[in-house]
Design a protein around this ligand. Structure first.
Ligand code: GLC
Length: 432
């Protein structure tokens, strides 16, 4: 794809049309409900009941932290009871000290192959020892707003939620900056994103060396402070993680968790804007290691602060005008790509070669994901870019209607890729 590098706010070149027609919307909504019902898993483990949406039956059979938050949000518009059960289940996986893992194994022990690859210490572990973006309190608030049938839901879990966010501050704010650090790329939820290449190199997700990284961190007990002390270049204050942390802290304060969470959110937001915003580039960068080296790769997480309700307006408009609406960067035929098309690493189909008949892909290196649209499209609408937002969304909805609920879509052709019947693509319900 050759692209002209120019900002064309309001131009007619934006792809797609505004929205699906009525019957098509209804059919897509119906398909989303079918997938979410099909992926629902419930049962009991050692006397603890569980109910959650697995991201994709064959590919991802367990409970993933942020997937569960996304699917609870998607489901809450028509079945708030199950949405509440999904979030309660996530909290039931909490350790007494407040930690909640990235992946939780409810119904089945993990197999031996996954036990090597996953961030567990032992095959019998009930959860991984790593984190995912801390979305739970924000999801809790959204679901609570739709819970007229259970008004006590909003306030029923303030203590464990507070314990969770306290754990994050204590164990992941490594330098007192108020921002959280991750110690492996997959903790961001954006596993193989090219922004991590310069930190972990051949030990990035989707590379053979990733197993070595897991093995090393396992030896260090997945203890972020130990890891950062022994390997000072290998932790990242990652933008998306902190955006969802700030949103979570604010939601927790609004739910009644206490003013200290609102104060913490303010401090984290100030630190994000002070330390991660690059006024010259007009983008937010992750900061790597003790030296706080900016990772200057233009990916959608550089735009993620747009969904903060407290971002300075001028910063928000710059993100949209100079980047999100730049046809060279984010206005691909099927937006919103996970990496700007101007980046040398941009790979719209995430295709990295073949192994026998299998096509190998490393995700988060170009294709478009529905959770990205869920975070950025409402922000565009809120700031007055309604028409442009609809026209960015249109081609993605068309691709979903054609290809079904896939994990991600080729940012050029719209081909559905990755896991099938993928739960969080159901977030489209929130955007229709
Ligand atoms: C992939 C994604 C991660 C997601 C998981 C389950 O690993 O990168 O964000 O949580 O799949 O869907």
């Amino acid at each position: 794809m050759t692209r002209r590098h120019s900002s064309h706010l309001g131009s007619d070149d934006l792809p797609g049309r505004a929205t699906l027609a009525g019957p098509e919307r209804a059919a897509l909504a119906e398909e989303i409900r079918r997938v979410l019902e099909q992926n629902w898993r419930e049962g009991e483990r050692e006397g603890v009941p569980y109910g959650y949406t697995c991201p994709s039956p064959g590919h991802y059979p367990y409970q993933w932290y942020w997937d569960s938050c996304f699917t609870a949000i998607a489901r809450s518009s028509y079945d708030a009871a199950r949405a509440r059960e999904e979030l309660r289940t996530l909290l039931r996986a909490q350790r007494p000290d407040g930690f909640i893992g990235h992946t939780i194994f409810w119904g089945q022990r993990i197999d031996a192959e996954r036990a090597r690859r996953y961030n567990v210490v032992d095959r019998d572990d009930h959860t991984t020892w790593t984190i995912q973006p801390p979305l739970i309190a924000w999801a809790w608030e959204i679901v609570a707003r739709r819970s007229d049938d259970d008004p006590s839901f909003a306030g029923e879990a303030l203590e464990p939620l507070a314990r969770h966010y306290d754990w994050l501050a204590e164990h992941r704010d490594l330098d007192g900056s108020s921002l959280l650090a991750i110690v492996q790329p997959d903790e961001s939820g954006l596993d193989a994103s090219p922004k991590f290449d310069q930190v972990w190199g051949r030990r990035c997700c989707g590379q053979p060396g990733f197993l070595l990284l897991v093995r090393r961190n396992r030896r260090l007990g997945f203890d972020a402070r130990r890891i950062a002390t022994q390997h000072p270049a290998e932790h990242v204050r990652e933008v998306l993680t902190n955006v969802l942390y700030i949103q979570g802290l604010r939601a927790l304060a609004r739910l009644g968790g206490g003013e200290r969470f609102a104060d913490r959110a303010d401090r984290a937001r100030e630190a994000l804007v002070r330390d991660c915003w690059d006024g010259e580039a007009g983008l937010f960068w992750d900061l790597a290691g003790t030296e706080a080296r900016p990772l200057r790769v233009n990916t959608w997480s550089s735009l993620a602060p747009l969904c903060l309700d407290s971002l300075p307006e001028e910063v928000a408009h710059r993100l949209i005008r100079e980047h999100l609406l730049d046809d060279a960067e984010y206005v691909t035929p099927v937006p919103i790509p996970s990496v700007a098309a101007t980046e040398p690493s941009f790979n719209p189909g995430a295709d990295v070669g073949r192994f026998l008949v299998l096509k190998l892909r490393r995700y988060w290196r170009g294709p478009s994901w529905v959770n990205t649209a869920w975070m950025l499209i409402p922000a565009m609408r809120h700031l007055g870019y309604t028409d442009q937002a609809d026209r960015m969304l249109g081609p993605l909805l068309d691709a979903m209607q054609r290809e079904g609920l896939r994990e991600y879509y080729d940012a050029g052709s719209g081909e559905g890729l990755g896991a099938v019947d993928f739960g969080w693509s159901g977030l489209a319900l929130e955007l229709l």
